[in-house]
Design a protein around this ligand. Structure first.
Ligand code: FES
Length: 165
């Protein structure tokens, strides 16, 4: 038996351990009309000081923090290719369907599991050596974490997202 892909957008499934803190019991708020968010589009919504990215991926609609898991740049002004969003700052790329980084930022640093990844360098060249000092140390110790998700539902043609107060 083959499963047909739904012809309407649905909230995408995400790893339960990556639910944003406080989102399980949060009230749903309006995230704008579904019709204005075709597949491949992204939108930023906010509540208080919380900025959230809503994206329409091939797996469905997702909502995550609109802060790059590296140094907090707004992912909503990056680019979306399938499930992968590219950050506008240091070329980090993140999979909105799994929560994992797929390309580390050019600055290097720690991946979600704490493994050090050196700064980017062109193919065939040795990794760039960071000069000693606090800034280089901060880059080395900056951990790129996995994305955190907010529950999504579709009600009467509008996207709703559960956001903590
Ligand atoms: S802030 Fe996004 S890759 Fe650095």
């Amino acid at each position: 038996m083959t499963l047909e892909r739904p012809t309407f957008p649905i909230p995408a499934a995400y790893p339960p351990e990556l639910a944003a803190p406080g989102s399980a019991d949060a009230a749903f708020v309006d995230g704008g009309p579904l019709a204005d968010l075709p597949e491949g589009a992204m939108r930023r919504v906010g509540r208080g000081d919380l900025d959230v990215l809503i994206a329409h991926t091939p797996a469905g609609i997702v909502a995550v923090d609109d802060r790059c898991p590296h140094m907090s740049a707004p992912l909503s002004i990056g680019s979306l290719d399938g499930c992968v969003v590219a950050c506008p700052l240091h070329e980090g790329q993140f999979d909105l369907c799994s929560g994992d980084p797929v390309q580390m930022p050019t600055t290097g640093g720690l991946d979600p599991d704490g493994t050090y990844i050196p700064t980017w360098s062109p193919a065939g060249k040795d990794p760039k050596i960071d000069p000693p000092g606090k800034k280089a140390e901060a880059r080395r110790l900056t951990r790129v974490r996995r994305l955190r998700y907010y529950p999504v539902r579709i009600v009467d043609g509008r996207i709703e997202v559960a956001l903590p107060d």
